[in-house]
Design a protein around this ligand. Structure first.
Ligand SMILES: [Zn+2]
Length: 224
């Protein structure tokens, strides 16, 4: 994580975001199918949606024209997902959620930077999102690139250095662990990202969890 990230999140910047009205018109209540706006309810909704996705019975909720009109006046996502850019792990599909349900911030290897943190803070502070879920996945390319760099010592080109630098600590911690190094590193990195968000006072109002997505089964499981 870049060392000055907290300094970046000034009260002025957040205040300017908060000044942008999320409810320019009288808020219309959302569909009754939405869960209560609490962290346990949001987590239940995500895991239930994931079971639908994994078993091939997705509902693709909240995607109709009425929903679009409701959301034009107000958005109230139930969770902020910090996930990987991998094309096989799109949160709205993996959790069978729809328009207005998730605030997704995605970077390769779900690494944090100031833009990610500011985006999630906006969701927690201004949109009152009760749950932040950090989502890692198996066979992550960013983790693989990091392990390759550690194995070979080959220089990491250009902007990719930021990704590798963020994942290296977890990769080093798990190098001697028996079994699948990439899997261990992914889990360690994902829980580190969760813990970094948890430890930041900006996210105190939210419950922060970490999870792993299995590419083969599609199932998401919470990480301890
Ligand atoms: Zn990935």
């Amino acid at each position: 994580m870049v060392p000055n990230r907290r300094a970046f999140l000034t009260a002025t910047a957040v205040g300017a975001l908060a000044a942008a009205p999320a409810t320019p018109a009288a808020a219309t209540p959302g569909p009754s199918s939405r869960p209560p706006h609490t962290a346990p309810a949001a987590l239940d909704a995500l895991l239930a949606g994931n079971r639908r996705y994994a078993t091939g019975r997705p509902r693709h909720p909240h995607g109709d024209r009425r929903q679009r009109h409701v959301l034009a006046a107000e958005q109230r996502p139930i969770a902020a997902v910090v996930g990987c850019i991998d094309s096989r792990v799109p949160p709205e599909l993996v959790f069978d959620q729809g328009l207005g349900d998730l605030l997704c911030t995605r970077t390769a290897g779900q690494v944090l930077d100031e833009a990610v943190l500011a985006s999630v803070q906006y969701g927690v502070e201004h949109l009152r999102i009760p749950l932040v879920l950090v989502l890692g996945h198996e066979r992550c390319g960013a983790v693989a690139a990091t392990l390759e760099h550690l194995r070979t010592g080959a220089p990491v080109p250009g902007h990719l250095r930021l990704l590798v630098a963020e994942i290296i600590p977890a990769a080093r911690r798990t190098r001697a662990v028996p079994g699948d190094w990439a899997e261990h590193a992914m889990r360690a990195h994902t829980t580190w990202v969760r813990d970094a968000i948890r430890a930041d006072p900006a996210f105190t109002p939210a419950h922060v969890a970490a999870a792993r997505c299995d590419l083969g089964t599609g199932l998401v499981s919470l990480l301890p």
